[in-house]
Write a protein that binds this ligand. Sequence first.
Ligand SMILES: *Cc1c(COP(=O)(O)O)cnc(C)c1O
Length: 386
Amino acid sequence: MAAPLSSRSEDRTGAVLTIDLAALAENWRLLKRRAGPACDTGAVVKADAYGLGIEPIARTLKAAGCATFYVAHLDEGLALRTIFGPGGIGSPRIIVMHGPNPGTERDFAAHGLIPVLSSPVQIKAWRGFAQTYDVLMESLIQVDTGMNRLGLTAAEFAGLMADPDGFAGLTPLALMSHLACADTPAHPLNGQQRERFASALATFRLKFADAKGSLANSSGLFLGAGFFYDFARPGAALYGVNPTPAAANPMIPVVRLQAKILQVRRVDAASPVGYGATFQAPDGAKLATVSMGYADGLLRSWGASGHAYVDDLRVTVAGRVSMDLTTFDVSNVPDSALGLGALIDIIGSRQTVDDLAQQSGTIGYEILTGLGHRYHRRYLPAPAHK
Ligand SMILES: *Cc1c(COP(=O)(O)O)cnc(C)c1O
């Protein structure tokens, strides 16, 4: 048996990731208030809840009142089912957005997972399964309204609607579609997608009078009530990413990311820093190297114009981000703040996940889902809810 560890997790890692579960719950409530009581405001927890850890995230949101959870893959749905326990009354709905891969239908049924069916092939397979086993299982039907990614084309949808057997044996909970440009309110595709969706839903209800609609992601909830429909599917905004990039962020920050200083040095003549010697530190510059790099989700492209904070002091990246290490020019910071193990804020009160993304040439979504697994993770608890 291995010897028990005498050090603490936070002392064994190179960086600390703090996830504020109270802020997460508050963000969900904020979106829920926006969407209104008629809309089931769910939570998208795919990709390990955007990198933040599906178990604590899902438990917190369930405790806050969230009743519908969305994942991409069957395996993610099964993981969530294990977290929530068996389905049934009082248990949250779990919707698997990629639907069943061939041969996996039984696992959906056995574990109470609701598939999104996006193509005639998936619909046919699910129909065959439902008829063979005589099961009545809910599903969502996805129509494409202009993104050309997933979902039935208008012609496929019309064909299935015209065919008496097209949706035979299915019990669709909702018709669903996804917006391509919801974070750009002025984009004309938003209105077009909404019109196409409204028309498809009206047609669908001729066959399934009780079918609900689901269109809005995070940003969709900021496009106006005409986009809300019955089931909203926010993800990124729950985790603090700005759903309205052109305006101030209405969400509360959830993530803090701090890297530990491993070594500080002063160069006594102008000198290059890091791989490729791409950066020249001026004579007398003070450099701090932290134990965090691209294996931890920092992007190499961040090196060009990235910065971080030591308390309130802004420090710039010096040279290339390497796999496990990144160096900063900390000439402006007093030595007292630069001890071994002192923390530099990569994401924090001075710099949001969206700021870091912008400096790296990407979006907050990619930063969060790219966070590595080498952090000491701290979850700040949500207060027990009424
Ligand atoms: C990921 C995803 C969402 C969540 O989108 P956010 O922009 O993160 O709110 C909603 N719907 C579908 C179909 C998705 O794939």
